[in-house]
Design a protein around this ligand. Structure first.
Ligand code: F6P
Length: 360
């Protein structure tokens, strides 16, 4: 008879909706199908460092049981962003050993999975990765958990802003997250009907952006406009807009203000341009149906990989199927960015959206 396994699960990097759905799926499948023990490790490597973990079971989470996790944003395990480090590698590895784990399921983005894989190699852990990030910039997988919900959150904001923009003849500039990748801005911009979408992957010209806004007014009598700009877009002269947070970390922010100022400055008529920075609103909220489904399928697949003792793998979403690939194949590749010739970019252009200059 196979021995009863004890597996660990942790969430690392920036949170996003859908993480709790994975935890639920892993606990349900591991417990119901295999009768394994699942240990939830709090705050990723911090929990390992301190050797902390608690048993997750079907009814142990609260009065209503584990199914409430399906609709909960955030992560019940807590997470650390930019905190995962190899600085205390030996202690973290010792912490992992002390927990007596047969395998570890880690839900993270490229940064956290790279560090965890390094620790796994040094400590001889059996690691499975599950991709999550609202930026959707991990290689190979078409979807990372959290992206779809974030797209929907931005769309809702665009819908709201469109009405108030129309009422006041305003230009609304909406700055969205995504780091160096424009997936969130592009998808939400198309679905939310933006007139201008600026993403880091495509250069733009302020003059042509302003022409677009003037054209809306002169040709179509439309006196308002919606501009979506990804946080990683640079100024026209190539400067990245950043601020330093309370922990001294440099974060992307401010390009929306720059765009609004440029539009107001270069417009032939007095223009009222307002900026909304959606910020961490994009990381919160109930997971969408798509995120719940993908997260649940990923959780099931991760447990199956542990059962088959296939480690050092990451689950990916490819053509509505879960396909596991070596973690190395994902992590050694550059982040997945928007291709300037992609079908979605062409679609936006075909509908008259200004999405930067045509590639050479
Ligand atoms: O990678 C996800 C993400 O939300 C980015 O889009 C954003 O730039 C960053 O994390 C924000 O990180 P933090 O929560 O540490 O400010």
């Amino acid at each position: 008879m196979a021995t009863r396994k004890r597996i660990g699960i942790l969430t690392s990097g920036g949170d996003c909706p859908g993480l709790n759905c994975v935890i639920r799926a892993v606990v349900n499948h591991a417990t119901l199908t295999h009768n394994w023990e699942v240990l939830g490790i709090p705050y990723a490597t911090e929990g390992l460092l301190e050797g902390k973990a608690s048993v997750l079971n079907l009814h142990g989470l609260d009065l209503h049981g584990i199914d409430l996790l399906l609709s909960m944003g955030g992560t019940i395990l807590g997470s650390i962003n930019k905190g995962d480090t190899l600085e205390h590698a030996d202690e973290i590895i010792a912490g992992y050993k002390a927990l007596g784990l047969d395998a570890l399921i880690a839900i993270g983005g490229d940064g956290s999975l790279t560090i965890l894989r390094d620790l796994a190699r040094r400590g001889n852990w059996n690691l499975i990765g599950i991709p999550k990030t609202i930026d959707n910039d991990l290689a190979i997988t078409e979807r990372a958990i959290g992206f779809d919900t974030a797209v929907n959150t931005v769309i809702e904001a665009l819908n709201r802003l469109t009405y108030t923009a129309a009422s006041h003849d305003r230009v609304m500039v909406v700055e969205v997250m995504g780091r160096e990748a424009g997936h969130l801005a592009l998808n939400a911009g198309i679905a939310g009907g933006a007139d201008v979408i600026l993403i880091p992957e495509i250069p733009y010209a302020i003059a042509n952006l302003c022409n677009k806004i003037n054209e809306l007014r002169d040709r179509w009598g439309r006196r308002f406009a919606i501009i979506v700009v990804a946080e990683g877009v640079k100024t026209e002269t190539g400067t990245t807009s950043v601020y330093t947070d309370s922990l001294g970390q440099v974060c992307l922010r401010g390009i929306g203000q720059y765009i609004a100022e440029q539009v107001a400055h270069w417009s032939p008529n007095k223009i009222d341009a307002k900026v909304t920075v959606l910020g961490h609103v994009q990381r919160g909220g109930m997971p969408s149906a798509i995120d719940r489904i993908i997260a649940t399928a990923f959780g099931k697949a991760a447990v199956d990989l542990v059962d088959q003792e296939q480690y050092d793998q990451m689950v990916t979403w490819q053509r509505s199927q879960v396909v596991s690939v070596p973690l190395e194949d994902v992590l050694l590749r550059s982040p997945c960015l928007v291709s300037p010739n992609s079908y979605l970019v062409q679609t936006a252009r075909a509908l008259g959206t200004y999405i930067g200059e045509f590639p050479d």
